[in-house]
Write a protein of this length. Structure first.
Length: 115
């Protein structure tokens, strides 16, 4: 599923275990997103649940990620959610392929140069 013109705010984590996989075209890392927590259909104030994704950064996103510290906040602009399936192992390997992002949290219509 390819998404462009997005404004998805996430936290970037370096993936120390995958450093040896990094190439001149791709950097491996992780992304995490917090979401409001709900119990019995009601929002629990001040509590959140988290999702974490394996990620690959290419193109413009790779250039930005090379300059980031661990646990940096980023806004995804263009990305593709992929889930290759290994039929022999009966297992899926989901990841987010990020091609464009900005540093920091940006709302729709706002870009990094305006701050």
């Amino acid at each position: 599923m390819f998404v462009s013109n997005a404004n998805v705010i996430m936290m970037y984590f370096k993936d120390e275990k995958a450093i040896e996989k990094n190439t001149d075209k791709v950097i491996y890392g992780r992304l995490s997103e917090s979401q409001d927590k709900y119990e019995n259909g009601a929002k629990v104030e001040g509590e959140y649940s988290y999702e974490s994704w394996n990620a690959r950064f290419v193109g413009d996103a790779k250039k930005v990620v090379e300059t980031l510290d661990d646990k940096s906040v980023v806004t995804l602009k263009s990305f593709d959610v992929r889930q290759p399936y290994d039929k022999e192992k009966n297992k899926s390997y989901p990841y987010v392929l990020v091609s464009k992002l900005e540093v920091g949290a940006h709302k729709r219509g706002e870009d990094a140069n305006e701050k």
